[in-house]
Design a protein around this ligand. Sequence first.
Ligand code: KMH
Ligand code: ZN
Length: 279
Amino acid sequence: VSTPVGVQGTLLTLAPTGAESAKADVPALPVTVEEVVATARDCQALGAAVLHLHVRGTDTRPTLDLPRVREVVAAVREATDLVVQLSTGGAVTDPAEARLAVLDAAPDAASLSLGTVNFGRDVFYNPWDLIVELHTRMQQRGVVPEYEVFDLGQLATLARLLDRHGPPAGGHVHVDLVMGVPGGMPGTTAALAACLPFLPPGATFAATGVGRTSLPVMLAALSAGGHLRVGMEDTLTYAPGEPVRDNAQLVARAAGLARIAQRPPITPTEARQLLGITR
Ligand code: KMH
Ligand code: ZN
C-alpha cells in the first residue's frame, strides 16, 4: 500500500443524491442529468473534488441501467474535472450482477462496501464473494475503489481482502467511514477514534455522518486528519428544524470547516494524485 506524498489538504467528496430519498419528498435532490451536472459544477467551484454518484432514471427513481449511467458519467465529465466515483452499492434492492455491471461504465473510481449491514428496516447485502468480485474487477479495469465501512468489523474484512487479493488499482487504500446508519456504527467521535488503529498502514480515510451525526462526524474527522464526504445522500437537515437547501450549502460548510482546520479543500487534480488515479 503506497502512501501519497505532497497532498496536504482535505479531500471533499460530494454525495449529492443517493438511492434512498424520493424526489417527491425532497424536491432539491438532483436527479435529472441537468440537475446533477449543475450540482457537480457548483460544488466543484466550492471545493468538492470527487463525485460519489448514484444515477436516477427519467422517472427519478434509482437505476443501474447502463446506458443511463454512461449518459450521466459523460455529462459530468464534459462539465467538470471531478473524479467520477460510481456507487456499486446501488439501492438495497439491487442485485449483485447489476451492481457489478456499473463498472462497465468505466468510472475513475467506484465505491466498494465491505460488509452486510442492517440499513434501517432493510438489509444492505454485501457477502464476501461479492466484495472479492468487485475488488478483482476493479483491479483488472484500473478502477480505484473507495472502501465503504459501516462498522468496525468491516476494517478486519478489508485487511483480509488486501492480504488475500492484493492492493487495489492505483496502489493506495482510501476508506470512507459511513457512520450513523441505523444498523451500523454510531456517528460519534469515540466510534471514529476506535476505527483509526484498524486502518491499513498508509491508508487515508474520509468520514460521513448520516442525518444528525453529520456535523459531529465532520469535526471528528477533521481533528483526526481525515477527509470528508458530504451531500444530500447522507444529510437532509442542515440544522434542527432547517432542511438542507441544496448540496452546495453542505459543501460550503465542509469547505469552511476544512479551512478553519488549516487543511483547505484539494483540487480534483490533487485528489487524483492522492487516490492513485492515473486516467
Ligand atoms: N444506498 C446504500 C444502500 C454505496 O454507494 O456504495 C448503499 C450505498 C453505498 O450508498
Ligand atoms: Zn452511496
